[in-house]
Structure formats: C-alpha cells, structure tokens
Design a protein around this ligand. Structure first.
Ligand SMILES: [Zn+2]
Length: 195
C-alpha cells in the first residue's frame, strides 16, 4: 500500500512538470541591464513639490514688476505715494542671483526665502534589482501575427519592473492572452550576479 501511494505521487509530479516545460516562449532577462537598487525595500520616496519663494525689501528693485515676475502681498505707502517695507512672492528663481549680487539693488535691502515643499510618495517596496528583458520574437495563437515580445499590449509601459506580470496582449488582434510566455525570474539568475 505504501509503495502504491508513492507511485501515485510520482505520477502526479510527472503530470505537472511537462506543463511548466511546455511554456512556448521564455523571455530572458538582459543580464547587462541588471542594476542593484540602492533603496531596495523602501516604500517611501521623498520628492520636491511646489517651490515657494518669498521676499521682503525696503523698496522694490526695478527688475521686479508686480503681477509679472513677482506678486506683492504687503507694503507701506507714504503720503508721497512711495511704497516701502514690501513683502511678496517671486514667480520663479531666475532672478534670485541677480537680486542678491547686483550692487544696483543693494539699497533695496532684499531678503529672499526659498521654501522647497517636500512631498512623500508611498509605493510598493522598491525591488532589489532593476533590469530589462531581452525582446523575443513571438507569434499570436489567434491571428498568427509575429512580433517582438516588447510590443505586447500592456496597461503599463514599464518594462523593467521585477514584478511585471505576464501580459501577453497581441498588438494586432488585441487578443488578451495571445501566446504562452514566461518571463525569467531574477531569482533564477541571482546567484550569477556579482552586484
Ligand atoms: Zn493576434
């Protein structure tokens, strides 16, 4: 009875194994493209968001024009109509160096504050490696069209994603699952890598 059970198990194994080997196309990783990701595992990336540049000055430098390259928010005005103690925002950072270094604007006594807003982006963990696949010629089972595997219709253009799913849409007839492909997993060649 024991022996019989063992034979059954072996048969099952044999039944499953050929379907794995029968994959028609194996799309290999381009080994030259493999790079180790320095931030592997990280799920958070910091990025620069909108930048705000505010300034204050005793009088407005003549290169600053309200509502053109700056936006004045507060000022004092004398009975002679002269504006002083001005605060406002610069439209961009192009003029910062000019305003701070040109002696012409020294008596304007301008101070500039730059606020870089940092945004936090949450995402799936960054994989250990990034890489590209070597394009392979494949044939659609539905319409017979031959094309390169990097032309598969995909919802994403990201072809160096370790977690890429086996998207196999035919670019000609749009058949969603048009041929049997398997993408090589980085784990299969990880031992060869000296990264
Ligand atoms: Zn097709």
């Amino acid at each position: 009875m024991h022996n019989y059970t063992r034979i059954l198990i072996i048969n099952c194994y044999i039944c499953i194994e050929p379907t794995i080997k029968d994959m028609k196309y194996l799309i290999l990783i381009d080994k030259k493209s493999i790079k180790r990701n320095p931030n592997a595992g990280s799920q958070v990336t910091k990025m620069f968001g909108a930048r705000e540049i505010d300034f204050e000055c005793d009088k407005l430098p003549d290169i600053l024009i309200d509502e053109k390259n700056c936006f004045i928010s507060t000022y004092k005005v004398s009975n002679k109509g002269v504006k002083s103690d001005i605060t406002g925002y610069l439209d961009n950072d192009d003029l910062i160096e000019e305003l701070l270094t040109n002696k012409k604007y020294k008596d304007c006594n301008i101070t500039i504050n730059v606020h870089n807003n940092i945004e936090t982006i949450n995402h799936f963990p960054i994989p250990k490696y990034s890489f590209k696949y070597t394009p392979l010629k494949v044939k659609c089972n539905e319409c017979g069209h031959e094309f390169m595997s990097n032309e598969f219709l995909s919802m994403s253009n990201d072809d160096d994603d370790e977690y890429r799913s086996t998207v196999t849409g035919c670019p000609k007839c749009n058949e969603y699952d048009c041929c049997d492909v398997r993408y090589q997993n980085i784990k299969e060649i990880e031992h060869e890598l000296k990264l």
